[in-house]
Design a protein around this ligand. Structure first.
Ligand SMILES: [Zn+2]
Length: 193
């Protein structure tokens, strides 16, 4: 829990949560005195700092960063309109097949399930196929695709306008408008899942 009052931290601790104390530096003297007495789990001047600390806490449960998979995932989720109809179609067929093993068992009813591309996707895995398509898209539409990387760790973040790296906790909210402008001027077209 994040709060700027001593009572927020006490409330968090009563509920069995960790308390992050937000100290803006503009508090009245009396509050600053009580703030200095409280045992907060973390102290920070900004919300971004609080978010970064929370992220480093969850580090151990986070999947490992794999560049190719991250790129494939990023392109699939943010630039799906650059997939060809076929790429989208066979990827959908593979996803359906993975969800329900019995889906499409009749080749006459579900030819997509038995198409060689679908079989290929099921063999290499969704992530590997998304990376294959990402490479094609970057080769053909490289100028239309902005890959948003964390300026600290260099890893790919979730979306072209993301201002927080969930890998290392670094944030760059001061560049938010610049990223939005860039997203608007490209063919970026986010798809909501
Ligand atoms: Zn980072």
């Amino acid at each position: 829990m994040v709060g700027d009052k001593v009572s927020d931290i006490q409330c968090a601790h009563r509920a069995g949560m960790r308390g992050i104390l937000l100290e803006t530096g503009h508090e009245p003297e009396s509050r600053r005195r009580t703030q200095s007495l409280i045992l907060a789990d973390h102290r920070t001047r900004t919300l971004a700092g609080a978010a970064g600390w929370i992220i480093t806490l969850t580090e151990s449960t986070r999947p490992e960063y794999v560049e190719n998979a991250a790129l494939g995932f990023y392109i699939y989720h943010n630039f799906r309109h650059l997939y060809t109809e076929d790429e989208q179609r066979y990827l959908n067929a593979a996803m359906k097949a993975l969800k329900g093993p019995s889906w499409g068992s009749d080749p006459l009813l579900n030819p997509d399930r038995h198409h060689p591309v679908t079989e290929h996707i099921l063999k290499v895995g969704l992530g590997a196929y998304q990376y294959e398509v990402a490479q094609r898209i970057l080769a053909e539409h490289g100028e239309a695709v902005f890959v948003n990387r964390c300026e600290t760790c260099g890893q790919i973040v979730r979306t072209p306008i993301a201002c927080l790296c969930t890998w290392c906790g670094h944030s760059w909210y001061e560049r938010r408008e610049e990223l939005r402008e860039r997203a608007r001027s490209s063919v970026y077209n986010p798809t909501d899942e």
